[in-house]
Ligand binder design. Structure first.
Ligand code: COS
Length: 379
């Protein structure tokens, strides 16, 4: 066992940290407040290779390991979770899914521009009445021989408007239940695709979250991912890796808030001394440091298992539930350490607290993670 990061990992960490500090920090408050999608910053992230980090270089990716991805996600999420979610969805839900299960033609046509970041993608699973209960898909993809006709609505889709390509999960054969579900690649500019209004969210407000409507959308058969009926398993397998990305995002939100709390506690004076000298603050910082370190180890463990081609389903659920709950606790305490200043926008911690909440909800709620974990425990 080696707890040391490699030279390459340290270089990626530095590149991500510098990018976050120089390119993201200056406008982060305004983008959050006005819900501005960080198009320019996403472009720079693509130039740095952060949008297809793990994809094979022959398909335009960086060919890096999942540990590198966790490291970069943490650094970027420390500053702006509203952009790290764009990175997470593109890397783990879209590029990974296409690379692992797509055909060579699909990879040539879609994966290359997605992994280079020329375009971004979105993962369309959730529906108005199907979030956690993901097998209950109402969106239909009716088999018409050489194509499918897709009808339905998808909700809370990250990159909903900015993406050029959607991976859409839809029911082809209701009688077969989850075995009758397919995953289809749908181009955004196909006739019958409509992007709904942008959601006005509590956190990650820079990211563009929309509902997407599909009305009689014609999707060629060659755009189906995997065998007929593979769609639900595709979604589950893809989300298992996606959860490592969101766990790393939560880790970054927590460590960003913690670093701000440490710095503030050394400056702010109360009762004649810096508040860092008060045990009430010291114990808060100690708890934050402990939980963050544990979260980081869980993220690395899940990433390592994935890189070793071992089963990471339970490990990614553990990492996500622990890191996201750590993010919520840590950011709340970081606001507390800042007192009144923590409650105003200039000090960043209130935003991190709002951003933290979504990590307990998307790509499987904390309750869904506990289902996944307990099923593995009891199997
Ligand atoms: N990898 C491969 N296959 C998987 C899998 C995984 N990680 N998880 C489940 N499956 C398979 C099962 O093996 C089963 O297939 P078979 O019947 O052929 O054996 C099928 O998928 C259905 O699984 P299951 O019976 O466990 O489905 P449930 O309805 O009980 O749902 C949960 C299981 C709740 C875990 C699942 O629906 C889920 O993860 N929901 C949350 C989805 C989510 O993350 N939503 C957020 C949207 S993305 S922001």
């Amino acid at each position: 066992m080696d707890f040391q990061l490699t030279e390459e990992h340290l270089m990626i960490q530095k590149a991500a940290r510098d990018f976050a500090k120089n390119e993201l920090l200056p406008g982060v408050i305004e983008r959050d407040e006005k819900m501005i999608y960080p198009a320019e910053q996403v472009k720079k992230m693509a130039e740095l290779g952060f949008l297809g980090m793990m994809t094979d270089p022959k398909y335009g990716g960086g060919g890096m390991d999942t540990i590198s991805y966790v490291i970069a996600m943490e650094e970027i999420s420390k500053v702006e979770a509203g952009i790290s979610v764009v990175m997470s969805v593109n890397n783990s839900l879209v590029c990974w899914g296409l690379e692992t299960f797509g055909t060579e033609e699909q990879k040539q046509k879609y994966l290359i521009p997605l992994a280079t970041g020329e375009i971004t993608g979105a993962f369309c699973l959730s529906e108005p009445e199907a979030g956690s209960d993901a097998t209950s898909q109402r969106t239909t993809a009716i088999d018409k021989g050489d194509h499918y006709i897709v009808n339905g609505t998808k909700n809370w889709i990250t990159n909903g408007n900015s993406a050029s390509v959607y991976l859409v999960i839809a029911q082809t054969n209701t009688e077969l239940g989850h075995r009758g579900i397919n995953a289809l690649i749908v181009e955004k500019d196909t006739e019958g695709v409509t992007v709904g209004a942008k959601e006005n969210k509590m956190g990650i407000r820079a990211s563009d979250t929309h509902s997407i409507m599909f009305q009689d959308v014609v999707v060629p058969k060659e755009n189906r991912i995997g065998e007929d009926g593979f769609g639900f398993k595709f979604a589950m397998k893809t989300l298992a890796g996606g959860r490592i990305g969101i766990a790393a995002q939560a880790l970054g939100i927590a460590s960003g808030a913690y670093e701000l709390a440490v710095a503030y506690s050394k400056e702010r004076k109360a009762f004649g001394t810096e508040i860092a000298n008060h045990q009430a603050i010291q114990f808060k910082l100690a708890d934050m440091a402990t939980e963050i370190e544990a979260s980081r180890m869980l993220c690395f463990k899940a990433a390592w298992l994935k890189d070793q081609n071992k089963d990471y389903n339970m490990a990614s659920a553990i990492a996500k539930v622990f890191a996201s709950e750590t993010a919520m606790r840590t950011t709340t305490e970081a606001v507390q350490v800042h007192g009144g200043y923590g409650y105003v926008k200039e000090y960043h911690v209130e935003r991190l607290m709002r951003d933290a909440k979504i990590t307990q909800i998307y790509e499987g709620t904390s309750e869904v993670q506990r289902i996944v974990i307990s099923r593995s425990v009891l199997r």
